[in-house]
Design a protein around this ligand. Structure first.
Ligand code: HEC
Ligand code: HEC
Length: 336
C-alpha cells in the first residue's frame, strides 16, 4: 500500500507521510460494508425487490408507454444514460444529467440539488412529472390493477395496501437499494492484493488523497460525502441554492457524485459538460471559475501530465465487472 492520509489534511504539493499506521487507517476508511441498510418502515423482502424491479423496467409507468426508469438509468451505462442531459419521454431535453443509481442505499438526500429526502419520496416524482414520464398516478394504479400478475404480487407484498402510490414507491425504492457496485480492482488492492492495480494507479491514489485534494469531498468506499459544493462549473443552474437560498455556498453547488464505475458513465457533471475523465481533471487543475460560492477545497493544482495519467488510472480501478442485470419479463393482460 501507498501510505497516505484520507481527506484534506495535506496541503497541495505536500509530501505523503509514510508509516504502517496510516496504511491501516486508509484501509478502514475505504472498506466496503457487508450488508445493505434498509429503513425500518420499508424493510427488505425478495418479493418486494422483485416487484420493484419489474416496475423499474416497465414502460407502462410512462404516459406514452415508451419510457421506464431504466431508459434514463440504464444498467448497461452505469445506471445513467450516456447523454449530457436526460431526454424525457416526450422528447424534451431536460436541464440536468441522469445520475447513476449505484449505491444509493447508503446516502441521502437525493437529486443533484438534494430536494428529495428518501428514495421512497423520490420514486413517484419522475413518473408524474410531465417532462419525464408524464403518467398520472390514478391512471397507473388502474392499469396495474388490470394486470392479474401485478395484482397478485402487490397483494402478496402489501396485503393491506394493495396497489397504491405508496406501495409502488416502496417497491421501487427497495429494488433501488439492491443496486450496488461489485468488488472492483481497487477493493482487491485495499484487501491486500498488491497486484490488483497498476503502479500508476497506486500513484494516482496518492494524488487523489494528497496533492489533488479529491478525497476532501469524494470520501469513503462510495467516494462521496453526500454533500453539496460549487466546483466552479459554468451554467445558470442555481443547484442547491434553489433549495436553501440563504446559504451563500449553496449557489452553483451540486451533490458530490460517487465515483464507483465512473469509467462507464460519461459525460460527466450535472450538465454533462465534461466528456472525459481527462477533461474532469483539467477542470480541477485550472479550469474552474473563481467566484464567491466556489468551495474552499478547490484551488489551482500543478499536476504534471504523468500525475494526470496516474489519477485517471486510479479512477479506472473503481469500475467493477458487474453481473448482467436481468430484465424481467413483464406481466401481460392475459397472464394469470
Ligand atoms: C427522462 C429520464 C429519466 C427517467 C425516465 C427517470 N429518471 Fe431518475 N433522474 C433523471 C434525472 C435527470 C435526475 C436528476 C434530476 C435532478 O437532480 O434535478 C434523476 C434523478 C434520480 C434519482 C436521484 C439519484 C441521486 O443520486 O440523487 C433517483 C433515485 C432516480 N432518478 C430514480 C428514478 C426512478 C425510480 C425512475 C422511474 C420511476 C426514474 N428515476 C426515471 C432522469 C430520469
Ligand atoms: C469541493 C469538493 C470536491 C473536490 C475537492 C473534488 N470534487 Fe469531484 N465533484 C464534486 C462535485 C460537487 C461534483 C459534481 C459537480 C457538478 O456536477 O456540478 C464532482 C464531480 C466529479 C466527477 C464527475 C462525476 C460524475 O458522475 O459526473 C469526477 C470524475 C470527479 N468529480 C473527480 C474528482 C477528482 C479526480 C478530484 C480531485 C482532482 C475531485 N473530483 C475533487 C466535488 C468535489
Amino acid at each position: 500500500l501507498v501510505a497516505v492520509t484520507i481527506g484534506a489534511a495535506l496541503a497541495p504539493g505536500a509530501n505523503l507521510p509514510p508509516g504502517a499506521a496510516e496504511c491501516t487507517r486508509l484501509q478502514a476508511g475505504y472498506a466496503r460494508p457487508q450488508t445493505i441498510p434498509f429503513p425500518a418502515d420499508n424493510p427488505y423482502s425478495d418479493a418486494k425487490a422483485a416487484l420493484g424491479q419489474m416496475l423499474f423496467f416497465d414502460p407502462r409507468l410512462s404516459g406514452l408507454g415508451n419510457a421506464s426508469c431504466a431508459t434514463c438509468h440504464n444498467p448497461a451505462l452505469g445506471w445513467s444514460d450516456g447523454l449530457p442531459t436526460a431526454i424525457g419521454a416526450s422528447g424534451k431535453v431536460l436541464a440536468r444529467r441522469s445520475p447513476s443509481l449505484l449505491n444509493l442505499a447508503w446516502g441521502e438526500p437525493f437529486m443533484w440539488d438534494g430536494n428529495m429526502p428518501t428514495l421512497e419520496a423520490q420514486a413517484l416524482s419522475p413518473i408524474q412529472t410531465d417532462a419525464e414520464m408524464n403518467k398520472k398516478l390514478p391512471a397507473l394504479v388502474e392499469e396495474l390493477e388490470a394486470l392479474p400478475a401485478y395484482r397478485r404480487m402487490f397483494n402478496q407484498v402489501f396485503p393491506t395496501e394493495g396497489i397504491s402510490g405508496p406501495s409502488i414507491s416502496a417497491a421501487i425504492a427497495t429494488y433501488e437499494r439492491t443496486i450496488v457496485s461489485n468488488m472492483a480492482p481497487f477493493d482487491r488492492w485495499i484487501d491486500g492484493d498488491e497486484d490488483a492495480i497498476s503502479e500508476s494507479a497506486k500513484r494516482g491514489f496518492a494524488v487523489f488523497n494528497g496533492k489533488g485534494n479529491c478525497a476532501a469531498c469524494h470520501t469513503g468506499w462510495r467516494f462521496t460525502d453526500d454533500s453539496f459544493h460549487d466546483v466552479g462549473l459554468p451554467g445558470n443552474d442555481p443547484g442547491r441554492a434553489g433549495i436553501v437560498p440563504d446559504n451563500p455556498l449553496a449557489q452553483n453547488a451540486f451533490k458530490t457524485p460517487g465515483l464507483r464505475n465512473i469509467g462507464q458513465r460519461g459525460p460527466y457533471t450535472h450538465a454533462g459538460s465534461l466528456p472525459t475523465l481527462g477533461e474532469v481533471i483539467r477542470h480541477y487543475a485550472s479550469g474552474f471559475i473563481v467566484r464567491s460560492s466556489l468551495s474552499p477545497e478547490i484551488g489551482r493544482l500543478d499536476l504534471s501530465a504523468a500525475e494526470t495519467d496516474d489519477l485517471i488510472a486510479f479512477l479506472q480501478t473503481l469500475t467493477s465487472k458487474d453481473d448482467v442485470v436481468p430484465v424481467p419479463v413483464l406481466p401481460t393482460k392475459d397472464q394469470q
